[in-house]
Write a protein that binds this ligand. Structure first.
Ligand code: 13P
Length: 338
């Protein structure tokens, strides 16, 4: 493990004013996004869409890195340059999603899953590094409701996250450690805070047992939001306060940065929450974004398989808004102005 290299990469991923674009939708997930805009899920269309994202002029000012799906890592831009090379030429770090999906957890509560993909990971990481990946992502999923989460789900997913993280660091690849507590239930933000606290405690315990070097990771958590079906939605200020409290209680200051997932929040709320937390200031870690849907939904709609320039404009706008939020310098009026 080259600690200096890992630390440099991790710090660059969370550099002030910049964050991560999660463009690592699996072939199945991107189909769901394309279905909404009437685009056929073919290899050329996926390549054209990712080309739109990565050739958006100036997106690199607000984007430190991009999480790629394996297919994209080995594809080339429409101009014929391998995507990792194109990103590097813009000062954007290429990364790769390495988990192989969340599968039903044996003897878990309803809907509980365990993320797979550890077998053969050591060999795959060598291949990904050769192709240009400098960081990786693994997502463990925790559900709330119907008796969930169980300790079984929390412990097995935390254990797998730590095994993945250790293998990444062995290969000089920065692991994004992503334990996602889903926000699709009817629970309150208070319950989310309680569950996420439990999950983060267990994740950092497992990282410790497995000798993961905290200075060389990036944490990708959910925020403490209300479930989407909860009648009482917490305010931006409440979400910011709850999220900061749980992070302060669970995340050692050795971790250089935290890059949130958006998880189904609207584009503007995801930005507003990040901004509210950064406005508090004086935090022990950098706080930025690693959004998928909240960075891409507007771009996908504007593009709809035809209008590349409109897609790029929508992508740049969200990247810029979130870049400002990572500094605590966003304001709602900037959305209207655009
Ligand atoms: P969302 O921001 O759409 O939740 O996606 C982020 C991600 O990478 C989930 O694994």
């Amino acid at each position: 493990m080259n600690q200096q290299k890992l630390s440099e990469t991790a710090n660059a991923m969370v550099a002030p004013g910049r964050g991560l674009l999660a463009a690592d939708e699996s072939t199945g997930t991107i189909k769901k996004r394309f279905d909404k805009i009437g685009v056929e899920n073919t290899e050329p269309n996926r390549r054209a869409y990712r080309d739109l994202l990565f050739t958006t002029p100036d997106f690199e000012k607000h984007t430190s890195g991009v999480i790629l799906f394996e297919e994209t890592l080995f594809q080339s831009s429409l101009a014929g340059q391998p995507f990792p090379k194109l990103l590097e030429s813009k000062g954007v770090i290429p990364g790769i999603k390495v988990d192989q999906g969340a599968k039903p957890l044996p003897f878990g509560k309803p809907e509980e899953t365990i993320t797979e993909g550890l077998d053969g990971l050591r060999e795959r990481l060598v291949k990904y590094r050769e192709a240009g990946a400098r960081f990786a992502k693994w997502r463990g999923v925790i559900v709330i409701g119907n008796g969930a989460p169980s300790y079984n789900a929390i412990q097995t997913n935390a254990h797998a996250l730590a095994r993945y993280a250790a293998l990444c660091q062995e290969a000089d690849i920065v692991p994004i450690v992503e334990p996602e507590v889903l926000m699709d239930g009817d629970n309150t933000a208070e319950t989310n805070e309680e569950v996420t606290t439990w999950v983060l405690k267990e994740v950092f315990q497992q990282l410790y047992y497995q000798n993961v070097w905290l200075e060389g990771i990036v944490l990708k958590p959910n925020m403490a939001v209300s479930g989407i079906k909860c009648a009482q939605q917490a305010s931006v200020q409440e979400v910011a306060e709850r999220t900061l409290r749980m992070l302060r209680r669970c995340v050692p200051s050795a971790v250089p940065g935290i890059a949130f997932l958006s998880g189904g929040q609207s584009d503007e709320l995801a930005t507003a929450h990040l901004d509210a937390m950064n406005k508090v200031g004086n935090l022990p870690w950098k706080l930025t974004f690693s959004y998928g849907r909240a960075l891409q939904a507007a771009a996908q709609k504007a593009w709809s398989g035809k209008n590349v320039e409109a897609g790029k404009a929508a992508h740049l706008h969200r990247a810029k808004m979130n870049g400002l939020a990572s500094l605590g310098k966003w304001d709602k009026s900037l959305e209207k102005a655009a």
